[in-house]
Design a protein around this ligand. Structure first.
Ligand code: ZN
Length: 95
């Protein structure tokens, strides 16, 4: 992974503190959240075929409730974890 593609945990944690510090888990009511320094991706469903070409992806930061495991999927570009070169997964996003 080049520095150009480096994940910014600082920006991710700032984002999570902004939106999750006063947000209780809808499953168990806890306010104890954690995340991963690995990103994941969502791909367009393609009826069992894996298509890499022309397949838009949404980069994801998982946010997990430490009490019950309820997991939210947050767009990694909007969370500031990475910068988009192509704006994939972000509409009208001029971050
Ligand atoms: Zn929970």
């Amino acid at each position: 992974m080049s520095n150009e593609n480096k994940v910014s945990m600082e920006h991710t944690l700032d984002f999570l503190n902004k939106f999750y510090s006063n947000y209780n888990c809808v499953v168990c009511g806890s306010n104890d959240w954690t995340t991963s320094d690995n990103l994941y991706e969502l791909r367009k469903f393609n009826f069992g075929e894996i298509s890499v070409q022309n397949s838009a992806i949404i980069p994801i930061v998982p946010v997990m409730c430490k009490n019950c495991g309820n997991t939210h999927l947050v767009n990694a570009i909007l969370a500031g974890a990475i910068e988009s070169r192509t704006k994939i997964g972000v509409q009208n996003g001029d971050k």
